[in-house]
Design a protein around this ligand. Structure first.
Ligand code: MN
Length: 249
């Protein structure tokens, strides 16, 4: 099998007095652990370069980070919205559109599930505690790999197959979530009180799977089911990497 090239969407942050761009190491470690070749794509590239940046790429991970701007789903900003990144929104929306057009397999994580849902016509809760209070704490002050709440998965779904389970405890640090599901997506994972935590495409649509939690933070946990999400993406991307006409485009 060819080792597939996996684009990982990056962040742009000011940190220690310098503007920096990159991504949490855990995303790259998770891709490397299952034999993929991760490539960081910075929002600095901008939407006009997104298409060119995906040349030779076999799969895409849309990563966690800033709140998605509610302007993309025609909602007023909540006072509790955390500052969106216009640059990152524009870049990732362009990246996603090109990836779909080329039928690249896509894995969305946290902000990634939100961005995908919005790009396909869905909406978000901008702030869960104020808009959908419930028994589940989605943003506890615990380590990033701490499993805090349960998720139930639809039997036979891509998510259940990849994770090898129909329920599991997941980590959780988000205050936004899927509200109205985009028409072309299917929800396949939920909290005990019905909040969507996993979505995918079905049937013959290009492969796409997205989760609200952070599977990459489990990269150091031996036998973590989350490794199966990255393995599923890389297997799908490998199959694609072996098609000669896709090798350069
Ligand atoms: Mn959660």
């Amino acid at each position: 099998m060819s080792a597939p090239r996996i684009a990982v969407s990056g962040v742009l942050r000011t940190w220690d007095g310098a503007e920096r761009t990159g991504v949490n190491a855990a995303y790259l470690q998770s891709v490397l652990a299952v034999g993929g070749v991760p490539l960081i794509l910075s929002p600095l590239l901008g939407p006009s370069i997104a298409s060119r940046a995906l040349d030779g790429v076999d799969g895409v991970i849309l990563t966690g980070g800033e709140d998605v701007d509610p302007q993309w789903y025609a909602a007023e900003r909540s006072a509790l919205l955390s500052p969106p990144s216009h640059e990152r929104d524009l870049f990732e929306l362009a990246l996603f559109a090109t990836a779909r057009q080329r039928e690249l397999p896509i894995l969305g994580i946290c902000r990634g599930i939100q961005l995908i849902n919005v790009a396909l016509g869905g909406t978000l809760f901008q702030d869960l505690p104020s808009e959908r209070a419930g028994p589940v704490d989605h943003n506890p002050a615990t380590p990033r790999s701490a499993r805090g709440h349960s998720v139930r998965l639809a039997p036979g779904s891509r998510a259940a197959e990849a994770l090898g389970a129909v329920s599991l405890q997941v980590n959780s640090f988000h205050h936004q979530a899927v509200r109205d599901l985009a028409p072309s997506l299917v929800a396949t994972g939920w909290t005990e009180d019905g909040l969507v935590e996993a979505v995918e495409t079905n049937g013959e649509a290009p492969w796409l799977l997205a989760v609200q939690w952070h599977p990459e933070e489990m990269h150091a946990e031996a036998g973590a089911p989350e490794r199966g999400l990255f393995r599923a993406l890389v297997e799908r991307a490998s199959a694609r990497a072996e098609i000669p006409e896709n090798a350069v485009g």
